[in-house]
Ligand binder design. Structure first.
Ligand SMILES: [Zn+2]
Length: 273
């Protein structure tokens, strides 16, 4: 599943090819993916210029003068830039033609989404799918104090609070596991039992690990394809994620695997308290 770094890498990859470009055609090969496509989407964006790109959580945003297109890659989606004449394959559902090049959305499992937010409907941040999102982990709003304050009433395990996305957004399973390891926090620890000092270590770990993943070109999706057609998958060396039974790279203890909220967690009992 593409996590925040993959979406940001995708945005960085497509941005030079789409920013300032005008939509010359929109081809939808289905009625929708996870949700129906907006019925009048072609009329909305045809002959309109993409002013800039953005991202909120795992939503990639294309900003037009009158609204924004929200694209979610779901479980298996990817966006690529290619010549507009490239014949579609089975899972190529959406083509946004920009003259001689196009941006193509491929999504085998079809959990992705393409939605429109019109400026007439208010601020984009208030969109139904965006308004409940926590702060961006790489923004100035994200801080140890925020983690501390927002968890005082939360007795759920810290790993699940991170995954819930309402405090901080985009820290998915891999990055939550790795960040908690780096901060020395057991994933089962109740969020409201963690001190400000320990949240300082966690906030730094989250920022560093996400920034590192973005700089390496994304990591978590095996069939992630880069915007230029090259693979964007980077085989990272994890400390705990997916390493059940293997020795901890720090203390040589055995990495444990537990299930929390139907998601796998990996941690070291020695290094994480
Ligand atoms: Zn260890």
């Amino acid at each position: 599943m593409p996590e925040l770094p993959e979406v940001e890498v995708t945005r960085l990859g497509v941005n030079p090819h789409v920013e300032g470009k005008t939509v010359t055609e929109l081809i939808l090969r289905r009625d929708g993916l996870r949700w129906p496509f907006p019925a009048n989407l072609r009329e909305l964006i045809l002959h309109q210029t993409i002013l800039s790109t953005g991202r909120r959580g795992k939503y990639l945003l294309l900003h037009f003068h009158h609204g924004s297109l929200l694209i979610h890659l779901g479980m298996s989606g990817n966006l690529r830039i290619m010549p507009s004449t490239t014949p579609p394959q089975k899972h190529d559902h959406v083509d946004i033609l920009l003259g001689e090049q196009m941006m193509r959305l491929t999504d085998p499992r079809r959990f992705g989404a393409v939605l429109w937010h019109d400026h007439a409907d208010g601020a984009l941040e208030e969109h139904l799918l965006l308004r409940h999102l926590g702060v961006e982990p790489l923004s100035d709003q994200f801080s140890p104090e925020l983690l501390f304050k927002q968890t005082r009433q939360r007795n759920a395990a810290i790993k699940q609070v991170l995954l819930a996305g309402d405090v901080v957004v985009g820290v998915g399973n891999i990055y939550a596991s790795e960040s908690l390891f780096r901060a020395g926090i057991n994933p089962k620890t109740a969020a409201n039992r963690i001190s400000l000092k320990r949240y300082q270590a966690l906030a730094i770990a989250i920022r560093e690990i996400l920034a590192q993943a973005i700089s390496r070109g994304g990591s978590s999706l095996k069939d992630f394809v880069g915007a230029d057609g090259k693979t964007g998958y980077f085989q990272q060396s994890y400390f705990v994620y997916d390493r059940a039974g293997e020795p901890c790279r720090v203390c040589q203890g055995t990495i444990r695997h537990i299930t929390q909220g139907q998601r796998s967690s990996f941690y070291c009992v020695n290094c994480q308290k």
